[in-house]
Unconditional design. Structure first.
Length: 291
């Protein structure tokens, strides 16, 4: 048996699982099949060198493919999930029976359409497939804590709490706006007021390098504590502007209109508990960014 045949056989062992994930994310059997096929093609192109957990790697890839589809779909109307089911051949097709009897249910798939792409992916992977936020984080291009926030917000919306979600987002805009104003004006007391005592600042390698070029001291891969974080941003962030990151309020440094560094915020009890600085171009490109 050739290496390609072995790889194809290994993929087939996960096809049903991947199809189930893709269908719940996309609500369309046709698009789900396309997403699984794209995952297969990527596996064939890349191979398994350096892949310790093939199932986990394939889950990540199909989730990323689905996230791209959901983002592209934002500007056009999604095919209703129930219409998709009714369009399936009226035969003894086991797949059709499986979809109709799916525990998620057509009603759930319709409700999922109300979520942002990142919320939908985080919610489906965690709540329906019990995948950890550490594994979800790289799929949505966010930190584990931010991925948890996405899933939590999606869960609340599915449970019928859109008003609370909107209030959360409004408050988030206010808190991030207050952080930016305090940072730019150098108001140390105001900065401390919006930061949790145990706030964590995380920065990827590209963001650390960009900060060094901009002569911003103190930014490393992790900075802990309100005083340390406030000291870093006091009197800075003058070039930053407010942006939406997958529906969340964040900040972006975009000289010439090109985003170079993005700042993602996680809030608890109206205080910032985590700031993630993203400078990696691929991670930034993976975000649904509006600024």
């Amino acid at each position: 048996m050739s290496e390609t045949e072995v790889l194809a056989k290994r993929f087939e062992a996960y096809r049903s699982h991947l199809s189930s994930i893709a269908y719940r994310m996309l609500g369309s059997q046709t698009e789900a099949e396309d997403a699984v096929q794209e995952t297969y093609l990527r596996l064939m192109r890349r191979g398994t060198n350096g892949v310790d957990n093939l199932g986990g790697w394939l889950t990540t890839i199909v989730a990323r493919v689905c996230l791209d589809v959901l983002r592209e779909r934002k500007s056009r109307r999604e095919v209703p999930a129930d219409a998709e089911i009714e369009a399936l051949p009226a035969t003894d097709d086991l797949e059709r029976e499986k979809l109709i009897a799916d525990s998620v249910g057509i009603a759930m798939l319709i409700v999922l359409e109300k979520l942002t792409p990142a919320e939908r992916v985080a919610f489906v992977l965690h709540d329906l497939f019990n995948i950890s936020f550490e594994e979800i984080a790289p799929v949505v291009g966010r930190s584990p804590m931010a991925a948890r926030q996405l899933a939590s917000r999606g869960r609340r919306r599915i449970q019928g709490e859109p008003a609370n979600t909107q209030a959360d987002r409004t408050r988030q805009r206010e808190v991030v706006g207050a952080f930016l104003a305090a940072s730019q004006s150098g108001d140390y007391t105001a900065l401390l007021a919006v930061l949790d005592p145990d706030v964590i600042l995380r920065a990827d390698a590209a963001a650390v390098e960009a900060s060094a070029r901009a002569k911003v001291p103190g930014i490393t891969s992790e900075v802990h504590g309100r005083d340390s974080v406030a000291s870093i941003f006091r009197g800075r962030a003058r070039a930053a502007q407010v942006a939406l990151l997958d529906g969340d309020t964040g900040l972006v440094f975009a000289p010439g209109g090109q985003p170079r560094v993005v700042m993602d915020f996680v809030l608890e009890n109206d205080r910032i508990v985590e700031i993630t600085m993203i400078g990696n171009p691929e991670r930034i490109a993976a975000l649904d960014l509006t600024f």
